[in-house]
Each structure stands twice: as C-alpha cells, then as structure tokens.
Design a protein around this ligand. Structure first.
Ligand SMILES: Nc1ncnc2c1ncn2[C@@H]1O[C@H](COP(=O)(O)OP(=O)(O)OP(=O)(O)O)[C@@H](O)[C@H]1O
Length: 298
C-alpha cells in the first residue's frame, strides 16, 4: 500500500472562462514535487456530490483541490462534510466570491501554495430551509439580479450591466418580519442578506464583521436606496452605506415575507420565490486551507 499522501483534484470543465489545461499541468507538477498520489475527477453535472463523497470515502485523500466556481466549491464542501479531508480552492469560476473571501486572488500559484502550505481552518456554513450556504444568500434585489442573469443569453460584463438595469426597473421593496433570539423586527426592505462571509464576487463588502469561522452569521438588512446608489452597489463600485443598513450577528433567525413572496438565491444560484426562511449556523462545517495569517489580519 502506498504511503504517499493522497490528493484528489475535482475540476469543473465548464466553469468560468478559465483554461483548465493549465490547472491540470500545474496541479500534476505540484503533486509530483510534494510526493503526493494524485487522483482526478472531472464533474459531469450529474450526481457529482454523491460520486465525490464515495471517492473520498474510498481514497481517503488528505486534501481535495477544487477548480471551479462557487457552485462547485459549495458542492464539494457538502461532499466533504463530516470527513477529515481539507478543501483547497483553486479559483476557476466566473465570479469567485468565495475565493475572494478566502484571500485567494485568482492566481494558480497562490492557490497551490495555500493548498499545500496554508493554514487549515474549520469554516461554518448556514443551513437555510435545509440547503447549505457557505458564502452569501439573500432575498430581494440581488436574488432577482441572479435570476435575470441566469435567464439571459448573454454573459460577461455587458450582459451583467444589461441585467442590472432590468433588475433595477423590475424590483419592488417588500415587507419582512425577522425573528431572532433577541428581537422581532418588522420593516420594509430592499434586500435581506444571510451572510456567512464578507463580500460578493463583485468585491462589494456588505458584511465588514463577517468571519466564516466565528460560529455566527450576519443578517444584513438594507432599506430603500436611491437609484444611483443602488446601481453603484450592484456594479460593485461602492460599499453599502452603514446609515441605511442594519447588521445583526446571530446563530439562527426566521425571515418571513409578510405580503408577497421574494426572490431567493444561495451562493449565486437562484432558488425561486420564498415566503419564509429558517436559517441556522452549522459550526465548523468543513476544513478549508486558507492563506497563512489571513484570520489574524482580519
Ligand atoms: N461537465 C459538466 N457539464 C455541464 N454542467 C456542469 C458540468 N460539471 C458541472 N456542471 C454544472 O456547473 C455548475 C456549477 O458551476 P460553478 O458555479 O462552479 O461555475 P460558474 O457558474 O462558472 O462560476 P461562478 O459560480 O463563480 O459564477 C453546476 O450547475 C453544475 O451542475
């Protein structure tokens, strides 16, 4: 039996606009240099989570490197939950919001250095109506943008800008009742974000106190903004103005849409209209490799 440390590389062949050949080459080279036994799985879009779970149980890799977007990273995190394998992110999606929150700039060199020499931290997840969010979920304006972008046939910055304008003209504020252990809040909102992390993939910091390892998530409750400010936020050119947003740190919360249902997205994936969300923190959900010193620097 080989005593070499085992590494599994999971690659999503269709994510982002990234040449996966370069990733294959670099990971194979690094694994050889580190004396690791490398296995590779290319996702198919069908039952990947189950297949990866079975591979992890059979192979027992120390590390699972994931080259894909947020959707792939989240899927692999769910496959690794409850195992000792360390999730190592190689940013290769179109938005890469999760990677940005882990201090990964997008270069393969940095991602591989973190994967093999980084610190290991157990990050929380948020269970929302039974689904897993590692990053940011929301109801309202941004979820409608995610829907419009998914429905549109264009991609890239131009397509995003077009869908942003459409979203701004379609969106209407809505009323919510938010219940936490400490308070009940009834208010009109533009958006309610359930934030395990700090930033959207555009780089907009919406949750400055967000820490994926602290055992809490934040509710970021934003009220009506004017058109220009909203456009700037959606375009990623400004952060939320603290005067018009409320941030609450909680372990669990219920959000009810009072008069009409609201659009809902988890980690960049549109989930449909919802009337009620039950969110609860799942502490230390999965082990992740992060840059040395990242958490101390927060
Ligand atoms: N071989 C494949 N063929 C078609 N779809 C696939 C394949 N492998 C995975 N998928 C699909 O890819 C989606 C996940 O993509 P992912 O989020 O990783 O990338 P992205 O959308 O380009 O990036 P980002 O989330 O950063 O915008 C899932 O819906 C999954 O079903």
């Amino acid at each position: 039996m080989s005593s070499q440390p085992k590494v599994l590389l999971v690659v999503n062949p269709i994510s982002g606009d990234v040449n996966k050949d370069v990733i294959f080459e670099r990971v194979i080279g690094k694994s050889e240099a580190e004396g690791c036994d490398l296995r590779i799985y290319s996702t198919t879009g069908d039952d990947d989570q189950q297949t990866i779970r079975e591979m992890v149980e059979n192979i027992r890799p120390e590390r699972v490197l994931v080259a894909g977007g947020d959707g792939t990273i989240s899927m692999v995190a769910q496959a690794l939950h409850g195992t000792d394998a360390i999730l190592c992110i190689i940013p290769a999606g179109s938005a890469n919001g999760l990677s940005a929150d882990f201090g990964l700039s997008g270069s393969i060199d940095q991602a591989l250095e973190v994967a093999f020499e980084g610190e290991v931290s157990a990050i929380d997840a948020v269970s929302i109506n039974g689904e897993i969010s590692l990053h940011l979920a929301d109801i309202g304006l941004n979820a409608l943008l995610v829907k419009n972008y998914e429905d549109s046939d264009t991609r890239g910055k131009l397509g995003y800008a077009r869908e942003m304008l459409r979203t701004l003209s379609e969106h209407e504020n809505f009323d919510v009742k938010i219940t936490t252990d400490d308070e009940v809040l009834e208010t009109e909102v533009l958006i309610v974000i359930i934030a395990n992390a700090k930033k959207y993939g555009t780089g907009v910091s919406i949750n400055p106190i967000g820490d994926m390892c602290d055992g809490f998530f934040e509710l970021v409750i934003a009220k009506k903004l004017d058109f220009i400010e909203t456009a700037k936020i959606l375009a990623g050119s400004t952060d939320f103005n603290p005067e018009i947003m409320k941030v609450i740190s909680v372990e669990k919360a219920t959000i009810e849409c009072v008069q009409k249902s609201a659009h809902f997205q988890i980690d960049g994936e549109y989930k449909g209209l919802v009337e009620k969300l039950e969110a609860v923190i799942l502490k230390g959900y999965v082990k992740v490799a992060i840059p040395v010193g990242l958490r101390e620097g927060e």
